[in-house]
Design a protein around this ligand. Structure first.
Ligand SMILES: Nc1ncnc2c1ncn2[C@@H]1O[C@H](COP(=O)(O)OP(=O)(O)O)[C@@H](O)[C@H]1O
Ligand SMILES: [Mg+2]
Length: 271
């Protein structure tokens, strides 16, 4: 964190602006979505969606199929342009003015549902490639790993519990291990905000538990937004839960609070 003093606004008066890696989080909020609407052929996938994520928060997003969860992530990452609304990273980065790669470069990482690792490369090489992803191909082809970079990869292997598998081809990993490797590939680029779409789908109970431990450990340093259906997993994450329904926020609070909300029960059971 590099806090800066920006000013003077009024004569000789300075305003304290807390920063996290170049992102102004002076209102503690890392992500603002305000009144976001997206329609597909007249159908409103997002309908005036308003959502704030605090810096360092671990937020879970739930909601029935078709609620707009994936579309929300598409808007945040620049894949889909909303018809209306506002989307900011911190106080000053207008996401709706940036392209997909520009948004990624500003520190928003996204994990899609299916693992997308380089199967013909080793686990170590996958992390190495991810670390060099923001360099030019020319630079990365001729750059050799210095000891600092090797240490960073080794630390990431420990974090994602794949130290023993470093030399294995990624294609030979279990489904859960591939998911962790892809999470490691995102983390090694040091994102400010990490979006994860159904990260534990298809994982064993043991892998799911390990993943919950990992996310809890990452919160604080990173901000995480996790879309999941697995309620036991969400309970384990312990953070605030947002329920999406028909493209808007239906309820928000602890898992127990939203689970006992009659409107949420209606949406989940009333169909
Ligand atoms: N590219 C698209 N074209 C048309 N309809 C879409 C498109 N993407 C999503 N939708 C529709 O928008 C709604 C929300 O989808 P989605 O965001 O994927 O929901 P969720 O991830 O919560 O299941 C769904 O009804 C879906 O069919
Ligand atoms: Mg989805």
């Amino acid at each position: 964190m590099n806090d800066v003093y920006r000013g003077p606004l009024l004569e000789a008066e300075y305003v304290y602006v807390p920063m996290r890696d170049g992102i102004d989080v002076s209102h503690r909020v890392i992500l603002y979505l305000e009144d976001i609407s997206v329609s597909f052929d007249g159908f409103k996938a997002l309908n005036n969606l308003t959502l704030h994520i605090d810096a360092g928060e671990l937020r879970s997003i739930i909601g029935p199929n078709g609620a707009g969860k994936t579309t929300m992530m598409d808007v945040i990452t620049g894949k889909t342009r909303p018809d209306s609304g506002t989307a900011f990273l911190g106080q000053s980065i207008d996401l709706l003015r940036l392209t997909e790669p520009e948004i990624a470069a500003r520190g928003i990482g996204r994990k899609f549902q299916k693992p997308t690792v380089f199967e013909q490369h080793t686990v170590f090489e996958n992390l190495e490639l991810a670390m060099k992803a923001n360099k030019s191909p020319w630079a990365s082809m001729f750059s050799r790993l210095d000891s600092e970079a090797r240490d960073k990869i080794a630390a990431m292997l420990t974090t994602i519990r794949l130290s023993e598998e470093a030399k294995r081809l990624a294609g030979l990993l279990s489904h859960g291990q591939k998911q962790w490797l892809e999470i490691g590939m995102l983390l090694i680029q040091e994102p400010q905000l990490l979006l994860l779409d159904e990260p534990v789908a298809g994982m064993t109970d043991e892998e799911t538990e390990r993943t919950a431990e990992l996310f809890v450990a990452l919160a604080g340093k990173h901000s995480l937004v996790v879309v999941e259906h697995d309620m036991a997993f969400i309970k384990r994450l312990g953070g605030k839960v947002t329920v999406l329904h028909e493209g808007a926020v239906l309820a928000e609070g602890s898992l127990d609070t939203v689970r006992n909300d009659p409107r949420v029960i209606e949406v989940y059971l009333g169909r």
